[in-house]
Ligand binder design. Structure first.
Ligand SMILES: NC(=O)c1ccc[n+]([C@@H]2O[C@H](COP(=O)([O-])OP(=O)(O)OC[C@H]3O[C@@H](n4cnc5c(N)ncnc54)[C@H](OP(=O)(O)O)[C@@H]3O)[C@@H](O)[C@H]2O)c1
Length: 337
């Protein structure tokens, strides 16, 4: 019988511009076996995230820096196949940073366990009930502090995080305006998700469109993009507005000069960054609300699943050219029956 191998994507080089497939190298390692206190997880879905660019750099961030040759960081959802750990058992579904590979051995630190019985499709746990949903929920509610009647602008609004932010904004009674890169995405936002307006930032004048759709100025800006969009929004923010600095995807591949922040001063605005892991201890709070809103059909989400671990290095490019439609992930192996 052939011995099982552990297919892995490892870091080959640190990207300076866009992430390239050549920044990864394919390895076939022997199957790992768990020691005392450890267990073996088979990855089923691998989440692809814009933050990957930062994780590939040498600097220290909220995840440990990788050395060249290390297995690429990635959040996965997987199933326990063998265990020498009293707390995790074969058949348990787990979620955490287990990397771009078929199998991982772990002691369980930082892993979350999925409910034993659930009618929720597994990809939702890497999407609306995972990091994506928590990011949208806590970023908007804890930092943006939306009030009914306020104007909320969301960038990358048709993306995984942005689309949930805008829908929660509507639930909280805000006037919600999103920006996205295609007419099809803009149409989805206004016709299906209930956004009040959507701006195609690639074809419309940002300043004129924001003026038109935000006649009362901007009270909350949920920032996923940065660059020119950030500058246009700053011109229209209201006194005591809040800027939720969630991500800067347009800046991840370039090292450039930032926008003028003078408007923050004149408007006594509040700008605050956050990392979703700060909120993991409150995950159940968000999941309960998100579940309720999905059941009530007040929130929709979509997932973009690419088949096969071998395709991960090319698939991640979809986040940066905007061709992903919903939460991007890779199907690494079959779901349990
Ligand atoms: N702070 C945290 O803890 C945290 C956690 C998760 C995610 N994030 C951030 O949240 C943001 C969204 O992440 P996601 O996973 O939900 O990805 P996503 O929005 O599903 O996908 C990324 C989208 O960004 C847009 N984009 C790419 N390059 C762009 C550019 N140069 N200018 C404008 N838009 C661009 C594209 O949509 P268009 O077609 O609209 O261009 C693309 O579809 C990212 O900035 C990410 O880093 C932060």
């Amino acid at each position: 019988m052939p011995t099982k191998v552990n297919r892995q994507w490892c870091l080959a080089s640190r990207p300076e511009g866009y992430i390239q497939p050549t920044d990864f190298t394919w390895k076939e390692a022997p199957m790992p076996t768990p020691d005392d206190g450890e267990f073996l997880v088979r990855n089923i879905y691998l989440s692809l995230d814009p933050a990957a660019w930062g994780w590939m750099q040498e600097w220290i961030s909220y995840v440990p820096a990788l050395s060249l040759g290390d297995v690429m960081h990635g959040i996965t959802l997987g199933i326990v196949e063998e265990s020498s750990n009293a707390k995790f058992h074969p058949g348990d579904l787990v979620y955490g940073m287990l990397g771009w590979q078929d199998f991982a051995v772990t002691e369980g630190k930082g892993l979350m366990r999925l409910p034993k019985t659930s009618s929720v499709p597994l990809p939702a746990y890497l999407s609306v009930f995972g990091l994506t949903g928590l990011t949208a929920y806590f970023g908007l509610l804890d930092i943006g502090k939306p009030k009914a009647g306020e104007t909320l602008v969301v960038s990358a609004a048709a993306g995984a995080v942005g689309s949930i932010v805008g829908q929660i904004g509507k639930i909280k009674g805000c006037h919600v305006v999103g920006t996205a890169g295609t007419d099809e995405k803009c149409q989805w936002l206004t016709e299906e998700l209930g956004f009040d307006a959507a701006i195609n930032y690639k074809t419309e004048s940002l300043h004129k469109s924001l003026l038109k759709h935000c006649p009362n100025g901007i009270d909350i800006y949920y920032e996923n993009v940065g660059g020119a969009l950030f500058k246009s929004v700053l011109n229209l923010i209201n006194v005591r507005s809040r800027i939720v600095l969630c991500g800067l995807i347009s800046q991840y591949n370039v090292m450039g000069s930032g926008p003028s922040l003078a408007s923050i001063i004149t408007n006594r605005a509040r700008i605050e960054g956050f990392i979703v892991t700060d909120y993991y201890h409150r995950a159940q709070e968000a999941i309960a609300d998100l579940q309720k809103w999905i059941m009530e059909k007040r929130i929709q989400y979509r997932v973009d699943i690419v088949e096969g671990l071998e395709n991960a290095p090319t698939a991640i490019g979809k986040l940066f050219d905007g061709s992903n439609k919903g939460k991007l992930m890779v199907k690494v192996s079959e779901e349990p029956l």
